[in-house]
Design a protein around this ligand. Structure first.
Ligand code: ADP
Ligand code: MG
Length: 354
């Protein structure tokens, strides 16, 4: 007589998500505007093994304490934002948004710098959501994880980060129109480098100021309609000086995203670089999200041979600068702060190889 069949042990699921760098188009996502971010070849991998328990326990190589959350944790931002260690808030928010059928244990490994503006948070959310069985369609994955980020942080961020890390295609940046979430893959020229340099400043003021900028944009949009759709000339006519500057940044930034995409397509790297540097000036002067450190780094970079242009990336208030350069123009070891040469990577996925 043969033995009765034994239940097969559940196999671990491994999911990987890239981080991202935004080439151009900052503070446009929550204004129905345009942006051209690019997923990068640095990312986060979550390996999850389901069990019969009622908790999801993840250990991260970047954190001393595990994230240990109840499977039935409610999607209640006030409760989630009290959880410790603080990275468990992201895990709890994803668990609450995805509602996996069973608990389990797993690991988080990342090659991304954390808190630098390369979206380690979206990479963590999206890789965790996929590993827990979330619908892999990029748009629903991104919406679920944006919702999770709001619950975890209380910051009303747009959908750009989650969407690009979910939907990107290797070798291309992703043009996103936030009015209808239409997306177009834009091939990156092979003969340029994208270099990210940390300013050495952490993004401590970001949360409050981000919400303030968002409120200012809403106030301007209340009178003028969505700022991402506004003609820059019309933005110029807003009587309130502060709202005029905020609206002018968003309207001109969307025009720059269009022009930058065309310049990339036409191989005009000098033109593309100039638009990045103009974007930085607009973020600094009109949107007021730069810092003296970011400005100095941009000035130093654009003064170097072989650098087409540079700008702050990832909302501002510290963090990183992105530069477009001739291949090999910058020696990354010469920076006193961390720097990375990044390539356009594909979107988040379940890893099938062992
Ligand atoms: P960014 O997304 O630009 O890296 P954020 O401040 O939005 O910066 O997100 C960083 C936070 O995300 C960290 O403080 C941590 O809570 C969480 N996080 C991101 N990656 C990891 C990781 N690999 N392990 C644990 N926590 C992580
Ligand atoms: Mg983030």
């Amino acid at each position: 007589m043969s033995d009765p069949p034994r239940p097969t042990p559940a196999a671990a699921v491994r999911a990987r998500s890239p981080g991202r760098v935004n080439l151009i188009g900052d503070h446009t996502d929550y204004n129905e505007g345009l942006a051209l971010p690019m997923a990068v070849d640095l990312g986060t991998t979550v390996t999850f093994l389901a069990d019969e328990g009622t908790r999801v326990v993840l250990r991260s190589s970047a954190e001393p304490e595990p994230a240990d959350v109840e499977l039935r944790v409610p999607l209640d931002p006030r409760l989630i934002q009290t959880l410790e260690p603080s990275w468990a808030r992201y895990v709890a928010a994803v668990v609450a948004a995805v509602r996996p059928g069973s608990g389990g244990t797993g690991t988080v490994e990342s090659t991304l710098p954390i808190g630098a503006g390369l979206s380690s948070s979206a990479a963590l959310e999206v890789a965790t959501a996929l590993a827990l069985g979330c619908e892999p369609d990029p748009l629903s994955l991104a919406r679920t994880c944006q919702h999770a980020e709001h619950a975890a942080t209380g910051v009303p961020t747009g959908i750009m980060d989650q969407l690009v890390v979910s939907a990107a295609r290797q070798g291309s940046a992703l043009l996103i129109d936030f009015a209808d979430l239409a997306m177009r893959h834009v091939e990156m020229p092979r003969d340029v480098d994208v270099v990210v340099v940390h300013s050495g400043e952490s993004r401590s003021l970001e949360h409050r100021s981000y919400a303030q900028r968002r409120a200012e944009c809403e106030a301007a949009a209340h009178r003028m309609g969505p700022l991402g759709r506004l003609d820059p000339e019309v933005a110029q006519a807003i009587p309130d000086a502060l709202l005029r500057r905020r609206a002018r940044h968003v309207a001109t930034e969307c025009a720059r995203v269009r022009a930058f995409t065309a310049a990339l397509g036409g191989g005009d790297m000098h033109g593309a670089g100039r638009l990045m540097t103009e974007s930085h000036r607009s973020l600094a002067q009109d949107f007021e999200v730069s810092t003296p450190g970011l400005d100095a780094l941009v000035d130093a970079l654009v003064g170097r041979a072989g650098v087409f242009g540079a700008r702050l990336t990832g909302a501002g208030f510290g963090g990183c600068v992105v530069a477009l350069t001739e291949p090999g123009a910058l020696d990354l070891r010469a920076f006193r702060t961390p720097a990375w040469r990044v390539r356009a990577a594909g979107g988040a996925h379940i890893v099938t190889d062992p």
